[in-house]
Design a protein around this ligand. Structure first.
Ligand code: ATP
Ligand code: MG
Length: 575
């Protein structure tokens, strides 16, 4: 493509709402433009990257035996009523009515539509397993769209759904997708990790998120330095300790102390001059409307998702001031386990603690020398806390490290959640009617592109990994008014195009410095500069965007060299 003919509006200014670098660079490089909150248009440069990513995804999905379909974005309410999600999905689901007063929604995902499709056309085990996928537009009315296309309202997703006759088959389907996802992100040239994820109310241990490593990522993950254990911080487990009983002879007499207006761990620690490690925090939660107390060592934090999963309830939130007053008899900040009349859940970190400090369930008072077994009952021990750096790996005991990432993909074993509710059944070998076992597998298209930029940029702009680069090469004559330079540039452009290389010929009548800036900003991996002095010696300059390395190459060898470099960069990532 000739630069002079391209719709490639690069800009210098960063829009004020662009907080993260990928958002800023996608706007500045002329890849996207905002239409309205959380809704974007892709310009030619941005859309080329999307198409490259989609191509990699298609190849790997097809290789894994999935077949491509294309379903509607508009979905009838009836299907969502059947699955039960018309009520439960909440405000992210955009609902509307047509002229006949029929209710619809814009699909945020397609479990309902695909299940209705499959239940009508698959009748026997002979037609199973099947895996169907699409690359299609989703709409989620996110509360706070942000970070450009990373968390927007309308976005492209690759979503796949597998249907199997039994658990064993479903596991195989899951594994195939897990491997396909590894291949996809590896081929994109990204640094990523599959991490164990919380599967929430759907249950089951089979859920992995694919995280692109980036400090700016919204998700935190824990991983082991020694083994392959990695999990979303929401899910990351603490290795369960041996049950440690404390010795009765060590227990000091319980003592109530006056602590006026001293509420937080820091305040209590400072006021009573005790280490947070000798304080037990008591948090009161409301779980589906009922109160629960959760105890944890003062220097640790509670992971609410673990509490919610333990209780097997849908909603968990910190109790209101009223509920706290009601169950403890005191205002917020003075709760403790002694004589409390609600279920007490105890984190492993409290195990083995002696003579610790807790709230006294009384305004402006705490207890010293509290001991489990004497002052309150030690029931319901479990892992309720957020994993921290240097915790022990639950699998191998190695050191846990924390990192941040961007969730670009999610593989999920659904079981029979939708097939049961929507009666997707088949006749098995033994003539019995059985429910299909499902899995679902998503990749955010725009988010993956943004994540790639988040991971690959420098002060001058984007640094595309070769497989996603919108163009692989840019040819820049330093002066378009010198015929010898433009003739050479033109013939290189023709030769490379003929070789199937994606190349931009920067034929604009601009200063070389301006062109170089643009080439760096849009992140083209290889730049060829045609200048008078080098050309006189039969050479051109080749600059590698990623390393900054500059080479002088013989003109008659440059096409071959560039082709080889591209091949190496693309093949490197193919398993
Ligand atoms: P998140 O926790 O980030 O909201 P999710 O768990 O809701 O994601 P899924 O329902 O698993 O996401 O969707 C599959 C993929 O779609 C995600 O891994 C992500 O890459 C992408 N995705 C989800 N929501 C958005 C969004 N608002 N904007 C862009 N991409 C999204
Ligand atoms: Mg979401």
């Amino acid at each position: 493509m000739r630069y002079s003919e391209m719709f490639l509006p690069t800009v210098r200014e960063v829009p004020s709402d662009a907080e993260v670098i990928s958002h800023q660079l996608m706007i500045r490089a002329g890849m996207i433009r905002k239409l309205t909150s959380g809704i974007y248009s892709y310009l030619p440069l941005g859309y080329r990257v999307i198409r490259k990513l989609e191509q990699i995804i298609r190849e790997e999905m097809n290789k894994a035996g999935a077949q491509e379909v294309f379903m509607s974005m508009v979905q009838p309410a009836e299907l969502w009523q059947e699955s039960g999600r018309w009520i439960h999905y909440g405000k992210e689901l955009l609902r509307f009515r047509d002229r006949h007063d029929h209710e619809y929604c814009l699909g945020p995902t397609h479990e309902e539509v695909i299940t209705s499709l499959v239940r009508n056309d698959i009748k026997t085990y002979r037609q199973l397993p099947r895996n169907l996928y699409q690359i299609q537009t989703k709409f989620r009315d996110e509360v706070r769209p942000r970070f450009g296309v990373m968390r927007c309202r309308e976005f492209g997703m690759k979503d796949a759904y597998s249907f199997d006759v039994d658990e064993e088959g479903a596991e195989k389907s899951y594994e195939k997708m897990f491997n396909a996802y590894n291949n996809i992100f590896r081929r994109c040239g990204l640094k990523f990790r599959p991490v164990e994820a919380d599967s929430g109310s759907i249950g089951g241990k089979y859920s992995h998120e694919f995280m692109v490593m980036a400090d700016s990522g919204e998700d935190a993950m824990a991983f082991c330095e020694k083994c392959s254990y990695a999990a979303n911080l929401e899910k990351a487990e603490v290795s369960s300790p041996e049950r440690k009983e404390t010795l009765e002879q060590d227990w000091l007499p319980l003592e109530e102390v006056l602590t006026p207006d001293v509420r937080t761990i820091e305040e209590v620690s400072g006021f009573l001059k005790v280490d947070p490690q000798n304080i037990v925090k008591t948090l009161i939660f409301s779980g589906d409307g009922k109160p629960y107390a959760v105890l944890i060592r003062g220097d640790k934090d509670i992971n609410e998702i673990k509490v919610r999963n333990y209780l097997n309830i849908a909603e968990l939130e910190l109790a209101s001031d009223e509920m706290i007053k009601d169950v403890t008899g005191a205002p917020r900040g003075f709760a403790g386990p002694v004589k409390i009349k609600i279920p007490v859940l105890i984190d492993y970190s409290v195990m083995g603690m002696v003579n610790f400090v807790t709230g006294a369930n009384k305004e402006d008072a705490h207890f010293k020398n509290v001991n489990m077994g004497r002052d309150f009952k030690a029931e319901a021990f479990a892992d309720f806390r957020v994993v921290t750096e240097n915790d022990q790996c639950p699998r191998c005991g190695g050191d846990i490290k924390l990192a941040r990432g961007i969730e670009v993909g999610h593989v999920f074993k659904l079981g029979t959640k939708y097939s049961k509710a929507m009666k997707a059944v088949f006749l098995d070998k033994d003539g019995q009617e059985k429910i299909m076992i499902m899995g679902c597998y998503g990749i955010g298209i725009g988010r993956t592109v943004a994540a790639a930029i988040e991971q690959n940029n420098d002060a001058n702009g984007i640094v595309w990994p070769m497989p996603l680069a919108p163009y692989q090469v840019i040819i820049t004559p330093v002066n378009v008014n010198e015929a010898s330079l433009t003739e050479t540039a033109e013939s290189l452009y023709q030769a490379m195009t003929a070789e199937g290389i994606d190349v931009i010929y920067d034929d604009r009548d601009e200063r070389a410095g301006v062109k170089f800036k643009d080439a760096d900003l849009i992140g083209i991996p290889l730049r060829i500069t045609v200048g008078r002095k080098d050309l006189a010696e039969g050479r051109v300059e080749l600059k590698i965007r990623k390393t900054g390395e500059v080479r002088l190459c013989p003109l008659d060898d440059i096409v071959k060299q560039v082709k080889e470099m591209i091949r190496q960069d693309m093949d490197f990532n193919i398993s």
